[in-house]
Design a binder for this molecule. Structure first.
Ligand code: F6R
Length: 616
Protein backbone atom coordinates (compact mmCIF):
# COMPACT_ATOMS: atom_id res chain seq x y z
CA UNK A 1 0.00 0.00 0.00
CA UNK A 2 1.52 3.23 -1.21
CA UNK A 3 4.59 3.28 -3.37
CA UNK A 4 7.66 5.41 -2.75
CA UNK A 5 10.59 6.35 -4.97
CA UNK A 6 13.70 8.46 -4.64
CA UNK A 7 16.52 9.49 -6.93
CA UNK A 8 19.81 11.31 -6.40
CA UNK A 9 22.25 11.71 -9.26
CA UNK A 10 23.26 13.78 -12.24
CA UNK A 11 20.02 13.39 -14.23
CA UNK A 12 16.83 15.45 -14.01
CA UNK A 13 14.89 13.75 -11.22
CA UNK A 14 11.27 14.46 -12.21
CA UNK A 15 10.99 12.14 -15.26
CA UNK A 16 12.74 9.34 -13.34
CA UNK A 17 10.46 9.76 -10.34
CA UNK A 18 7.33 9.82 -12.51
CA UNK A 19 8.44 6.73 -14.39
CA UNK A 20 9.15 4.98 -11.10
CA UNK A 21 5.73 5.95 -9.75
CA UNK A 22 4.06 4.69 -12.93
CA UNK A 23 5.41 1.24 -12.06
CA UNK A 24 4.24 1.52 -8.47
CA UNK A 25 0.72 2.71 -9.13
CA UNK A 26 -0.56 -0.79 -8.38
CA UNK A 27 0.28 -0.02 -4.74
CA UNK A 28 -2.25 2.78 -4.55
CA UNK A 29 -3.78 5.42 -6.76
CA UNK A 30 -5.69 7.79 -4.50
CA UNK A 31 -3.16 10.57 -5.01
CA UNK A 32 0.41 11.13 -6.11
CA UNK A 33 3.10 13.65 -5.35
CA UNK A 34 6.76 14.43 -5.56
CA UNK A 35 9.36 16.81 -4.22
CA UNK A 36 12.71 17.84 -5.70
CA UNK A 37 15.56 19.87 -4.31
CA UNK A 38 15.81 22.68 -6.84
CA UNK A 39 19.04 24.28 -8.03
CA UNK A 40 18.19 27.47 -6.13
CA UNK A 41 18.03 25.56 -2.85
CA UNK A 42 14.27 25.12 -2.40
CA UNK A 43 12.11 22.07 -1.90
CA UNK A 44 9.70 22.15 -4.82
CA UNK A 45 6.61 20.05 -4.17
CA UNK A 46 3.74 19.04 -6.45
CA UNK A 47 0.84 16.85 -5.38
CA UNK A 48 -2.51 15.91 -6.86
CA UNK A 49 -5.45 13.85 -5.67
CA UNK A 50 -6.42 11.08 -8.10
CA UNK A 51 -4.29 9.02 -10.40
CA UNK A 52 -0.74 9.71 -11.43
CA UNK A 53 -1.85 11.24 -14.74
CA UNK A 54 -3.22 14.23 -12.83
CA UNK A 55 0.16 14.88 -11.24
CA UNK A 56 1.88 14.46 -14.59
CA UNK A 57 -0.48 17.01 -16.14
CA UNK A 58 0.06 19.49 -13.31
CA UNK A 59 3.82 19.17 -13.78
CA UNK A 60 3.42 20.03 -17.45
CA UNK A 61 1.59 23.20 -16.48
CA UNK A 62 4.00 24.13 -13.67
CA UNK A 63 7.24 22.18 -14.09
CA UNK A 64 9.81 21.74 -11.35
CA UNK A 65 13.46 20.84 -11.78
CA UNK A 66 16.11 19.22 -9.63
CA UNK A 67 18.48 16.27 -9.50
CA UNK A 68 17.43 14.90 -6.13
CA UNK A 69 13.87 14.03 -5.23
CA UNK A 70 11.29 11.69 -3.74
CA UNK A 71 7.85 10.63 -4.95
CA UNK A 72 4.77 8.84 -3.69
CA UNK A 73 1.62 7.15 -4.88
CA UNK A 74 -0.98 6.80 -2.15
CA UNK A 75 -3.57 4.36 -0.87
CA UNK A 76 -5.32 6.41 1.77
CA UNK A 77 -5.30 5.17 5.36
CA UNK A 78 -5.42 8.32 7.49
CA UNK A 79 -7.16 11.21 5.80
CA UNK A 80 -9.28 11.15 2.67
CA UNK A 81 -7.63 11.33 -0.75
CA UNK A 82 -6.99 15.04 -1.31
CA UNK A 83 -4.21 17.36 -2.42
CA UNK A 84 -3.47 18.26 1.23
CA UNK A 85 -3.22 14.65 2.35
CA UNK A 86 -1.11 13.60 -0.63
CA UNK A 87 2.58 13.02 0.11
CA UNK A 88 5.29 14.36 0.36
CA UNK A 89 4.82 16.01 3.74
CA UNK A 90 7.09 18.63 5.22
CA UNK A 91 8.08 19.88 8.66
CA UNK A 92 7.38 23.37 10.01
CA UNK A 93 10.49 24.86 8.44
CA UNK A 94 9.79 23.42 5.00
CA UNK A 95 13.35 22.11 4.98
CA UNK A 96 12.55 18.40 5.52
CA UNK A 97 10.30 16.38 3.30
CA UNK A 98 9.09 12.78 3.70
CA UNK A 99 7.22 10.15 1.72
CA UNK A 100 5.91 7.12 3.57
CA UNK A 101 4.39 3.72 2.92
CA UNK A 102 2.84 2.18 6.03
CA UNK A 103 1.07 3.32 9.15
CA UNK A 104 2.34 5.24 12.15
CA UNK A 105 0.16 3.55 14.75
CA UNK A 106 0.99 5.96 17.58
CA UNK A 107 0.63 9.06 15.41
CA UNK A 108 -2.09 10.65 17.57
CA UNK A 109 0.08 10.57 20.64
CA UNK A 110 3.10 11.85 18.69
CA UNK A 111 1.02 14.56 17.06
CA UNK A 112 -0.28 15.74 20.42
CA UNK A 113 3.26 15.92 21.78
CA UNK A 114 4.43 17.84 18.72
CA UNK A 115 1.44 20.21 18.85
CA UNK A 116 2.28 20.92 22.48
CA UNK A 117 5.81 21.81 21.37
CA UNK A 118 4.42 24.34 18.88
CA UNK A 119 4.47 22.33 15.67
CA UNK A 120 1.64 22.89 13.24
CA UNK A 121 0.15 20.40 10.82
CA UNK A 122 -1.41 20.86 7.43
CA UNK A 123 -2.79 17.39 6.71
CA UNK A 124 -4.88 14.69 8.39
CA UNK A 125 -2.24 12.04 7.72
CA UNK A 126 -0.22 9.96 10.13
CA UNK A 127 2.82 10.55 7.93
CA UNK A 128 3.16 14.23 8.66
CA UNK A 129 4.39 13.50 12.19
CA UNK A 130 7.46 11.84 10.65
CA UNK A 131 8.62 15.07 9.02
CA UNK A 132 8.20 16.90 12.33
CA UNK A 133 9.94 14.20 14.35
CA UNK A 134 12.91 14.37 11.98
CA UNK A 135 12.90 18.17 12.31
CA UNK A 136 13.03 17.81 16.11
CA UNK A 137 15.94 15.39 15.95
CA UNK A 138 17.83 17.55 13.45
CA UNK A 139 17.46 20.52 15.76
CA UNK A 140 18.79 18.57 18.71
CA UNK A 141 21.75 16.97 16.92
CA UNK A 142 25.09 18.73 17.12
CA UNK A 143 26.18 20.48 13.94
CA UNK A 144 29.33 18.39 13.53
CA UNK A 145 29.07 14.87 12.14
CA UNK A 146 28.54 12.40 14.95
CA UNK A 147 30.53 9.66 13.27
CA UNK A 148 27.39 7.69 12.42
CA UNK A 149 27.03 9.12 8.94
CA UNK A 150 25.03 12.10 7.76
CA UNK A 151 22.93 14.04 10.29
CA UNK A 152 19.72 13.37 8.38
CA UNK A 153 20.41 9.64 8.68
CA UNK A 154 20.90 9.90 12.44
CA UNK A 155 17.86 12.14 12.78
CA UNK A 156 15.68 9.67 10.87
CA UNK A 157 16.99 6.80 12.97
CA UNK A 158 16.20 8.59 16.22
CA UNK A 159 12.83 9.79 14.98
CA UNK A 160 11.84 6.29 13.89
CA UNK A 161 12.76 4.97 17.32
CA UNK A 162 9.69 6.83 18.58
CA UNK A 163 7.42 5.33 15.96
CA UNK A 164 5.19 2.30 16.40
CA UNK A 165 3.84 0.73 13.28
CA UNK A 166 5.23 -0.11 9.92
CA UNK A 167 6.99 2.00 7.42
CA UNK A 168 9.17 2.46 4.43
CA UNK A 169 10.19 6.09 4.13
CA UNK A 170 12.31 8.34 1.98
CA UNK A 171 13.37 11.73 3.33
CA UNK A 172 15.27 14.70 1.95
CA UNK A 173 16.49 17.84 3.67
CA UNK A 174 17.71 21.15 2.30
CA UNK A 175 20.58 20.98 4.80
CA UNK A 176 22.18 18.15 2.82
CA UNK A 177 20.79 18.63 -0.66
CA UNK A 178 22.19 15.63 -2.56
CA UNK A 179 21.24 13.13 0.16
CA UNK A 180 18.19 10.86 0.43
CA UNK A 181 17.63 8.80 3.54
CA UNK A 182 15.49 5.67 3.40
CA UNK A 183 14.34 3.31 6.14
CA UNK A 184 12.13 0.26 6.36
CA UNK A 185 10.30 -1.75 8.96
CA UNK A 186 7.83 -4.32 7.69
CA UNK A 187 7.32 -2.52 4.42
CA UNK A 188 9.50 -3.13 1.39
CA UNK A 189 12.31 -0.88 0.20
CA UNK A 190 15.00 -1.52 -2.35
CA UNK A 191 18.00 0.48 -3.53
CA UNK A 192 18.79 0.65 -7.25
CA UNK A 193 22.45 1.21 -8.06
CA UNK A 194 23.46 2.88 -11.29
CA UNK A 195 26.41 4.74 -12.75
CA UNK A 196 23.96 7.59 -13.33
CA UNK A 197 22.88 8.00 -9.72
CA UNK A 198 21.15 5.91 -7.06
CA UNK A 199 17.49 5.05 -6.54
CA UNK A 200 15.19 4.08 -3.75
CA UNK A 201 11.86 2.32 -4.39
CA UNK A 202 9.14 0.16 -2.92
CA UNK A 203 9.57 -2.39 -5.67
CA UNK A 204 12.01 -3.40 -8.37
CA UNK A 205 9.97 -2.43 -11.49
CA UNK A 206 10.23 1.22 -10.42
CA UNK A 207 13.97 1.23 -11.14
CA UNK A 208 14.29 -1.40 -13.85
CA UNK A 209 14.36 1.14 -16.67
CA UNK A 210 17.58 2.51 -15.19
CA UNK A 211 19.31 -0.42 -13.51
CA UNK A 212 19.15 -4.13 -12.79
CA UNK A 213 21.47 -3.92 -9.80
CA UNK A 214 19.42 -3.77 -6.62
CA UNK A 215 19.94 -4.10 -2.90
CA UNK A 216 16.99 -5.44 -0.94
CA UNK A 217 17.13 -3.67 2.39
CA UNK A 218 16.57 -5.83 5.44
CA UNK A 219 14.18 -5.22 8.32
CA UNK A 220 15.07 -2.07 10.31
CA UNK A 221 17.73 -1.02 7.81
CA UNK A 222 18.32 2.64 7.07
CA UNK A 223 20.17 3.87 4.02
CA UNK A 224 21.90 7.11 3.06
CA UNK A 225 22.00 7.57 -0.71
CA UNK A 226 24.18 10.04 -2.54
CA UNK A 227 24.76 10.21 -6.29
CA UNK A 228 27.86 8.05 -5.97
CA UNK A 229 27.64 6.31 -2.59
CA UNK A 230 25.33 4.13 -0.51
CA UNK A 231 25.65 3.71 3.24
CA UNK A 232 23.46 1.17 5.04
CA UNK A 233 23.10 1.07 8.82
CA UNK A 234 20.89 -0.86 11.22
CA UNK A 235 18.57 0.67 13.81
CA UNK A 236 21.50 1.11 16.18
CA UNK A 237 23.54 3.00 13.60
CA UNK A 238 25.94 0.13 12.95
CA UNK A 239 27.13 -0.05 9.37
CA UNK A 240 25.81 -3.07 7.44
CA UNK A 241 26.80 -4.76 4.19
CA UNK A 242 23.93 -6.00 2.03
CA UNK A 243 24.20 -8.16 -1.08
CA UNK A 244 23.70 -6.66 -4.53
CA UNK A 245 21.28 -8.72 -6.64
CA UNK A 246 21.21 -8.56 -10.39
CA UNK A 247 17.59 -8.77 -11.51
CA UNK A 248 17.25 -11.23 -14.36
CA UNK A 249 13.80 -10.27 -15.66
CA UNK A 250 13.42 -7.06 -17.58
CA UNK A 251 10.87 -4.31 -17.55
CA UNK A 252 8.75 -5.86 -20.29
CA UNK A 253 7.70 -8.35 -17.58
CA UNK A 254 6.13 -5.36 -15.84
CA UNK A 255 4.67 -3.82 -19.03
CA UNK A 256 1.40 -4.63 -20.75
CA UNK A 257 3.16 -6.11 -23.81
CA UNK A 258 0.25 -5.41 -26.15
CA UNK A 259 -2.50 -6.59 -23.81
CA UNK A 260 -5.20 -4.03 -23.01
CA UNK A 261 -4.78 -4.65 -19.29
CA UNK A 262 -2.18 -6.12 -16.93
CA UNK A 263 -4.81 -8.42 -15.49
CA UNK A 264 -5.43 -10.11 -18.85
CA UNK A 265 -1.71 -10.33 -19.54
CA UNK A 266 -1.11 -11.96 -16.17
CA UNK A 267 -3.97 -14.41 -16.69
CA UNK A 268 -2.31 -15.42 -19.97
CA UNK A 269 1.11 -15.65 -18.33
CA UNK A 270 -0.07 -18.47 -16.07
CA UNK A 271 1.29 -21.43 -18.06
CA UNK A 272 4.74 -19.88 -18.16
CA UNK A 273 4.58 -18.81 -14.50
CA UNK A 274 3.56 -22.33 -13.46
CA UNK A 275 6.50 -23.76 -15.44
CA UNK A 276 8.74 -21.57 -13.30
CA UNK A 277 6.98 -22.57 -10.08
CA UNK A 278 7.55 -26.25 -10.82
CA UNK A 279 10.97 -25.95 -12.50
CA UNK A 280 13.49 -28.31 -10.93
CA UNK A 281 10.95 -29.36 -8.30
CA UNK A 282 9.34 -32.32 -10.09
CA UNK A 283 12.00 -34.93 -10.70
CA UNK A 284 11.37 -38.61 -11.54
CA UNK A 285 7.89 -38.73 -10.02
CA UNK A 286 9.09 -36.96 -6.87
CA UNK A 287 9.00 -33.46 -5.47
CA UNK A 288 12.32 -31.84 -4.67
CA UNK A 289 12.07 -28.93 -2.22
CA UNK A 290 15.45 -28.53 -0.54
CA UNK A 291 14.06 -25.39 1.13
CA UNK A 292 12.21 -27.69 3.53
CA UNK A 293 15.03 -30.12 4.28
CA UNK A 294 15.55 -28.53 7.72
CA UNK A 295 11.93 -29.11 8.73
CA UNK A 296 11.38 -31.55 11.59
CA UNK A 297 8.62 -33.51 9.90
CA UNK A 298 8.41 -36.21 12.58
CA UNK A 299 7.22 -33.73 15.19
CA UNK A 300 4.35 -32.27 13.15
CA UNK A 301 0.95 -33.14 14.64
CA UNK A 302 -1.15 -30.43 13.01
CA UNK A 303 -0.87 -28.04 10.09
CA UNK A 304 -2.15 -24.46 10.16
CA UNK A 305 -2.45 -22.64 6.85
CA UNK A 306 -3.00 -18.90 6.86
CA UNK A 307 -3.29 -16.03 4.40
CA UNK A 308 -5.71 -13.31 3.32
CA UNK A 309 -8.04 -12.92 0.34
CA UNK A 310 -7.03 -15.12 -2.55
CA UNK A 311 -4.10 -16.49 -0.55
CA UNK A 312 -6.63 -17.67 2.01
CA UNK A 313 -8.59 -19.36 -0.77
CA UNK A 314 -5.40 -21.11 -1.90
CA UNK A 315 -4.99 -22.36 1.69
CA UNK A 316 -8.59 -23.61 1.75
CA UNK A 317 -7.98 -25.54 -1.45
CA UNK A 318 -4.68 -26.94 -0.21
CA UNK A 319 -6.34 -28.24 2.95
CA UNK A 320 -8.10 -30.96 0.95
CA UNK A 321 -4.74 -32.14 -0.40
CA UNK A 322 -2.84 -31.88 2.89
CA UNK A 323 -5.50 -33.83 4.77
CA UNK A 324 -5.56 -36.55 2.15
CA UNK A 325 -1.81 -36.86 1.81
CA UNK A 326 -0.56 -36.23 5.35
CA UNK A 327 -3.46 -37.72 7.33
CA UNK A 328 -3.06 -34.86 9.80
CA UNK A 329 -5.55 -32.28 11.08
CA UNK A 330 -5.30 -29.13 8.98
CA UNK A 331 -6.72 -25.77 10.08
CA UNK A 332 -7.13 -22.86 7.73
CA UNK A 333 -7.55 -19.33 9.03
CA UNK A 334 -7.60 -15.88 7.57
CA UNK A 335 -4.64 -13.95 8.93
CA UNK A 336 -6.98 -11.26 10.26
CA UNK A 337 -8.86 -13.84 12.35
CA UNK A 338 -6.00 -16.09 13.43
CA UNK A 339 -4.02 -13.19 14.82
CA UNK A 340 -6.71 -12.41 17.40
CA UNK A 341 -7.87 -15.93 18.25
CA UNK A 342 -6.91 -17.54 21.50
CA UNK A 343 -5.75 -20.50 19.51
CA UNK A 344 -3.79 -23.56 20.62
CA UNK A 345 -0.47 -23.35 18.82
CA UNK A 346 2.68 -25.13 19.94
CA UNK A 347 5.90 -26.65 18.58
CA UNK A 348 4.00 -29.61 17.15
CA UNK A 349 2.28 -27.27 14.69
CA UNK A 350 3.54 -26.57 11.22
CA UNK A 351 2.32 -23.10 10.23
CA UNK A 352 2.47 -22.16 6.56
CA UNK A 353 1.78 -18.50 5.86
CA UNK A 354 0.96 -17.61 2.27
CA UNK A 355 1.47 -14.11 0.93
CA UNK A 356 2.57 -13.27 -2.60
CA UNK A 357 3.65 -9.78 -1.55
CA UNK A 358 5.11 -10.98 1.74
CA UNK A 359 3.80 -7.73 3.22
CA UNK A 360 0.19 -8.39 4.22
CA UNK A 361 -0.05 -7.07 7.77
CA UNK A 362 -2.64 -9.58 9.01
CA UNK A 363 -0.77 -12.55 7.61
CA UNK A 364 2.46 -11.33 9.15
CA UNK A 365 0.80 -10.89 12.55
CA UNK A 366 -0.73 -14.38 12.43
CA UNK A 367 2.63 -15.82 11.44
CA UNK A 368 4.33 -14.02 14.31
CA UNK A 369 1.76 -15.48 16.69
CA UNK A 370 2.53 -18.99 15.44
CA UNK A 371 6.22 -18.31 15.79
CA UNK A 372 5.80 -16.97 19.31
CA UNK A 373 4.12 -20.28 20.25
CA UNK A 374 7.06 -22.24 18.91
CA UNK A 375 5.42 -23.56 15.74
CA UNK A 376 7.65 -24.44 12.81
CA UNK A 377 7.07 -21.61 10.36
CA UNK A 378 7.18 -21.84 6.58
CA UNK A 379 6.60 -18.75 4.44
CA UNK A 380 5.32 -19.08 0.89
CA UNK A 381 5.84 -15.88 -1.04
CA UNK A 382 6.56 -14.38 -4.44
CA UNK A 383 8.67 -11.50 -3.12
CA UNK A 384 12.32 -12.12 -2.49
CA UNK A 385 13.46 -10.69 0.83
CA UNK A 386 9.97 -9.49 1.80
CA UNK A 387 8.99 -8.99 5.44
CA UNK A 388 7.48 -12.46 5.75
CA UNK A 389 10.80 -14.09 4.92
CA UNK A 390 12.42 -12.56 7.98
CA UNK A 391 9.80 -14.22 10.23
CA UNK A 392 10.11 -17.69 8.72
CA UNK A 393 12.20 -20.73 9.59
CA UNK A 394 11.94 -21.83 5.97
CA UNK A 395 10.97 -19.92 2.84
CA UNK A 396 9.53 -21.39 -0.34
CA UNK A 397 9.30 -19.02 -3.30
CA UNK A 398 6.58 -19.43 -5.87
CA UNK A 399 8.54 -17.73 -8.70
CA UNK A 400 5.43 -16.38 -10.41
CA UNK A 401 7.17 -13.23 -11.62
CA UNK A 402 5.93 -9.67 -11.08
CA UNK A 403 2.18 -9.12 -10.92
CA UNK A 404 1.04 -5.58 -11.55
CA UNK A 405 -2.77 -5.81 -11.64
CA UNK A 406 -4.11 -5.19 -8.17
CA UNK A 407 -6.10 -8.42 -8.09
CA UNK A 408 -4.20 -11.65 -8.20
CA UNK A 409 -4.32 -14.17 -11.02
CA UNK A 410 -0.99 -15.84 -11.78
CA UNK A 411 0.21 -15.38 -8.23
CA UNK A 412 -2.93 -17.11 -6.96
CA UNK A 413 -2.43 -20.18 -9.17
CA UNK A 414 1.26 -20.02 -8.24
CA UNK A 415 0.42 -20.01 -4.53
CA UNK A 416 -1.86 -22.99 -4.86
CA UNK A 417 0.60 -24.94 -6.99
CA UNK A 418 3.42 -24.24 -4.54
CA UNK A 419 1.20 -25.37 -1.65
CA UNK A 420 0.55 -28.60 -3.54
CA UNK A 421 4.29 -29.05 -4.03
CA UNK A 422 4.86 -28.50 -0.31
CA UNK A 423 2.08 -30.96 0.52
CA UNK A 424 3.61 -33.59 -1.75
CA UNK A 425 7.11 -33.03 -0.39
CA UNK A 426 5.82 -33.50 3.16
CA UNK A 427 3.72 -36.50 2.17
CA UNK A 428 6.77 -38.24 0.75
CA UNK A 429 8.56 -37.68 4.02
CA UNK A 430 5.78 -38.71 6.39
CA UNK A 431 4.96 -41.67 4.15
CA UNK A 432 1.25 -41.81 4.93
CA UNK A 433 -0.11 -41.51 1.38
CA UNK A 434 0.07 -44.23 -1.25
CA UNK A 435 2.99 -43.65 -3.64
CA UNK A 436 0.68 -44.30 -6.61
CA UNK A 437 -1.72 -41.49 -5.70
CA UNK A 438 1.21 -39.11 -5.17
CA UNK A 439 2.69 -40.07 -8.53
CA UNK A 440 -0.61 -39.24 -10.22
CA UNK A 441 -0.49 -35.77 -8.69
CA UNK A 442 3.12 -35.27 -9.73
CA UNK A 443 2.02 -36.18 -13.27
CA UNK A 444 -0.86 -33.68 -13.08
CA UNK A 445 1.47 -30.93 -11.86
CA UNK A 446 3.93 -31.72 -14.65
CA UNK A 447 1.07 -31.31 -17.15
CA UNK A 448 -0.34 -28.25 -15.41
CA UNK A 449 1.10 -25.53 -17.68
CA UNK A 450 -0.41 -27.32 -20.68
CA UNK A 451 -3.77 -27.83 -18.93
CA UNK A 452 -3.91 -24.14 -18.01
CA UNK A 453 -2.96 -23.19 -21.57
CA UNK A 454 -5.89 -25.24 -22.80
CA UNK A 455 -8.20 -23.66 -20.23
CA UNK A 456 -7.17 -20.26 -21.61
CA UNK A 457 -8.49 -21.37 -24.98
CA UNK A 458 -11.99 -21.02 -23.48
CA UNK A 459 -11.58 -17.23 -23.47
CA UNK A 460 -14.11 -16.76 -26.27
CA UNK A 461 -16.76 -18.65 -24.31
CA UNK A 462 -16.06 -16.63 -21.17
CA UNK A 463 -16.11 -13.39 -23.10
CA UNK A 464 -19.42 -14.22 -24.83
CA UNK A 465 -21.07 -15.33 -21.57
CA UNK A 466 -19.72 -12.36 -19.60
CA UNK A 467 -20.92 -9.86 -22.16
CA UNK A 468 -24.36 -11.45 -22.31
CA UNK A 469 -24.79 -11.21 -18.54
CA UNK A 470 -22.78 -8.07 -17.79
CA UNK A 471 -25.95 -6.25 -16.68
CA UNK A 472 -26.71 -8.60 -13.75
CA UNK A 473 -26.18 -7.26 -10.27
CA UNK A 474 -25.66 -10.46 -8.36
CA UNK A 475 -24.44 -13.96 -8.91
CA UNK A 476 -23.90 -17.15 -6.97
CA UNK A 477 -20.90 -19.43 -7.40
CA UNK A 478 -21.35 -23.02 -6.24
CA UNK A 479 -19.00 -25.95 -5.84
CA UNK A 480 -18.34 -28.98 -3.70
CA UNK A 481 -15.06 -30.23 -2.28
CA UNK A 482 -12.21 -28.24 -3.81
CA UNK A 483 -14.87 -26.69 -6.02
CA UNK A 484 -16.12 -24.75 -2.99
CA UNK A 485 -13.01 -22.61 -2.43
CA UNK A 486 -12.77 -22.34 -6.21
CA UNK A 487 -16.27 -20.84 -6.11
CA UNK A 488 -15.11 -18.42 -3.40
CA UNK A 489 -12.21 -17.32 -5.57
CA UNK A 490 -14.46 -16.92 -8.64
CA UNK A 491 -16.86 -14.76 -6.63
CA UNK A 492 -14.04 -12.66 -5.20
CA UNK A 493 -12.56 -11.97 -8.65
CA UNK A 494 -15.93 -10.93 -10.04
CA UNK A 495 -16.69 -8.65 -7.08
CA UNK A 496 -13.30 -7.03 -7.13
CA UNK A 497 -13.09 -6.02 -10.75
CA UNK A 498 -16.66 -5.83 -12.10
CA UNK A 499 -18.39 -4.72 -8.84
CA UNK A 500 -21.10 -7.34 -9.40
CA UNK A 501 -22.14 -8.71 -6.03
CA UNK A 502 -21.14 -12.36 -6.00
CA UNK A 503 -21.03 -15.03 -3.31
CA UNK A 504 -19.37 -18.42 -3.30
CA UNK A 505 -21.13 -21.27 -1.48
CA UNK A 506 -20.64 -24.96 -0.93
CA UNK A 507 -23.41 -26.37 -3.13
CA UNK A 508 -24.61 -28.65 -0.33
CA UNK A 509 -25.35 -25.59 1.82
CA UNK A 510 -27.67 -24.08 -0.75
CA UNK A 511 -30.84 -25.40 0.83
CA UNK A 512 -29.75 -24.12 4.24
CA UNK A 513 -30.17 -20.51 3.22
CA UNK A 514 -28.86 -19.10 -0.05
CA UNK A 515 -31.55 -20.87 -2.09
CA UNK A 516 -33.84 -18.09 -0.86
CA UNK A 517 -31.95 -15.77 -3.20
CA UNK A 518 -32.76 -17.83 -6.26
CA UNK A 519 -35.69 -16.64 -8.37
CA UNK A 520 -36.49 -16.67 -12.07
CA UNK A 521 -33.56 -15.03 -13.87
CA UNK A 522 -30.98 -15.68 -11.12
CA UNK A 523 -27.58 -16.61 -12.48
CA UNK A 524 -25.49 -19.33 -10.85
CA UNK A 525 -21.99 -20.41 -11.84
CA UNK A 526 -21.29 -24.01 -10.93
CA UNK A 527 -17.90 -25.70 -10.68
CA UNK A 528 -18.90 -29.01 -12.18
CA UNK A 529 -15.75 -30.70 -13.37
CA UNK A 530 -15.31 -34.44 -12.75
CA UNK A 531 -15.18 -35.15 -9.05
CA UNK A 532 -16.29 -37.63 -6.44
CA UNK A 533 -19.34 -35.48 -5.65
CA UNK A 534 -20.48 -34.59 -9.16
CA UNK A 535 -23.73 -36.57 -8.79
CA UNK A 536 -24.66 -34.59 -5.67
CA UNK A 537 -23.79 -31.37 -7.42
CA UNK A 538 -26.20 -32.18 -10.24
CA UNK A 539 -28.99 -32.45 -7.65
CA UNK A 540 -28.03 -28.99 -6.34
CA UNK A 541 -28.10 -27.62 -9.89
CA UNK A 542 -31.60 -28.96 -10.31
CA UNK A 543 -32.68 -27.26 -7.08
CA UNK A 544 -31.65 -23.98 -8.69
CA UNK A 545 -33.28 -24.70 -12.02
CA UNK A 546 -36.53 -25.75 -10.36
CA UNK A 547 -36.74 -22.17 -9.03
CA UNK A 548 -36.07 -20.54 -12.36
CA UNK A 549 -32.32 -20.00 -11.96
CA UNK A 550 -29.95 -20.25 -14.94
CA UNK A 551 -26.76 -22.28 -14.78
CA UNK A 552 -23.35 -21.50 -16.21
CA UNK A 553 -21.37 -24.69 -15.73
CA UNK A 554 -17.62 -25.17 -15.83
CA UNK A 555 -17.25 -28.81 -16.79
CA UNK A 556 -14.57 -31.27 -17.82
CA UNK A 557 -13.97 -31.60 -21.52
CA UNK A 558 -15.51 -34.80 -22.81
CA UNK A 559 -17.97 -35.05 -19.93
CA UNK A 560 -21.58 -34.96 -21.18
CA UNK A 561 -23.20 -35.46 -17.78
CA UNK A 562 -23.69 -31.78 -17.09
CA UNK A 563 -24.86 -30.56 -20.51
CA UNK A 564 -28.55 -31.40 -19.99
CA UNK A 565 -28.53 -29.48 -16.69
CA UNK A 566 -26.82 -26.27 -17.77
CA UNK A 567 -27.81 -23.23 -19.79
CA UNK A 568 -24.24 -22.35 -20.74
CA UNK A 569 -21.10 -24.45 -20.58
CA UNK A 570 -17.38 -23.80 -20.46
CA UNK A 571 -15.29 -26.94 -20.95
CA UNK A 572 -11.83 -27.18 -19.39
CA UNK A 573 -9.30 -30.01 -19.52
CA UNK A 574 -9.60 -32.68 -16.87
CA UNK A 575 -6.92 -33.11 -14.24
CA UNK A 576 -6.58 -34.77 -10.84
CA UNK A 577 -9.37 -33.43 -8.62
CA UNK A 578 -7.06 -31.96 -5.96
CA UNK A 579 -5.18 -30.05 -8.67
CA UNK A 580 -8.31 -29.00 -10.56
CA UNK A 581 -8.78 -25.55 -8.92
CA UNK A 582 -5.64 -24.33 -10.70
CA UNK A 583 -7.28 -25.11 -14.04
CA UNK A 584 -10.89 -24.35 -13.14
CA UNK A 585 -10.16 -20.88 -11.84
CA UNK A 586 -8.98 -19.78 -15.28
CA UNK A 587 -12.43 -19.39 -16.93
CA UNK A 588 -13.62 -17.60 -13.78
CA UNK A 589 -10.77 -15.11 -14.05
CA UNK A 590 -11.76 -14.57 -17.67
CA UNK A 591 -15.47 -14.21 -16.83
CA UNK A 592 -14.59 -11.55 -14.26
CA UNK A 593 -12.29 -9.77 -16.70
CA UNK A 594 -14.76 -9.61 -19.57
CA UNK A 595 -17.61 -8.62 -17.25
CA UNK A 596 -15.46 -5.78 -15.89
CA UNK A 597 -14.59 -4.55 -19.37
CA UNK A 598 -18.23 -4.79 -20.53
CA UNK A 599 -19.28 -2.70 -17.50
CA UNK A 600 -16.61 -0.08 -18.15
CA UNK A 601 -14.58 -0.91 -15.02
CA UNK A 602 -10.80 -0.79 -14.88
CA UNK A 603 -9.71 -4.39 -14.18
CA UNK A 604 -6.21 -3.29 -13.19
CA UNK A 605 -7.17 -0.72 -10.60
CA UNK A 606 -10.39 -1.62 -8.83
CA UNK A 607 -11.83 1.08 -6.65
CA UNK A 608 -10.74 1.19 -3.00
CA UNK A 609 -8.19 -1.60 -3.35
CA UNK A 610 -4.41 -1.78 -3.38
CA UNK A 611 -2.16 -4.69 -4.03
CA UNK A 612 -0.14 -4.90 -0.86
CA UNK A 613 -2.31 -4.58 2.22
CA UNK A 614 0.18 -3.42 4.81
CA UNK A 615 -2.48 -2.17 7.22
CA UNK A 616 -4.88 -4.05 9.47
C1 F6R B 1 -7.48 -10.78 -4.57
C2 F6R B 1 -6.22 -10.33 -4.02
C3 F6R B 1 -6.12 -10.19 -2.55
C4 F6R B 1 -4.81 -10.79 -2.05
C5 F6R B 1 -4.66 -10.53 -0.55
C6 F6R B 1 -3.40 -11.16 0.01
O1 F6R B 1 -7.49 -10.72 -5.95
O2 F6R B 1 -5.30 -10.06 -4.73
O3 F6R B 1 -7.21 -10.79 -1.92
O4 F6R B 1 -4.81 -12.15 -2.33
O5 F6R B 1 -4.64 -9.16 -0.33
O6 F6R B 1 -2.26 -10.69 -0.64
P1 F6R B 1 -0.86 -11.37 -0.43
O7 F6R B 1 -0.87 -12.71 -1.11
O8 F6R B 1 0.13 -10.43 -1.05
O9 F6R B 1 -0.67 -11.52 1.04
Amino acid sequence: MCGIVGYTGPQPAVPLLLEGLRHLEYRGYDSAGLAVVSANGHLEIRKAAGRLDRLTESLKVAPIHGRVGVGHTRWATHGRPSDENAHPHTDCTGRVCVVHNGVVENYRELRDQLLAQGHHFTSETDTEVLAHLIEVELTELPEASDGEGPRLLTACRKALDRVEGLYAIAAVSLDDPDLIVGARSRAPLIVGLSAEGNFLASDVPAVLGETRRVVRLKEQDLVALRPDSVLIVDRYGRQRERAVDVVTWDRTAAEKAGYPHFFLKEVYEQPEALERTCAGRLVDDHVVLPELSGLDVESIRRVVLTGCGSAYHACLMARYAFEAWLRLPVDVDMGSELRYRDVALDPSVLCIAVSQSGETADTLAAFELARAHGAQCVALTNSVGSAITSLADHVVYQHSGPEVAVVSSKTFTGQLTTLLLIGLALAERVGRATPVSLQKVVGALTDLPRSVQEALATAQDSSRIAERHAHVNRLLFLGRGVGYPTALEGALKLKEISYIHAEGYPAGELKHGPLALVEPGSLVVVLATRSATLGKLISNIEEVRARGGSIIAITSRGDDLIAPHADEIIRVPETVELVSPVVNVVPMQLLAYYAAVARGCDPDKPRNLAKSVTVE
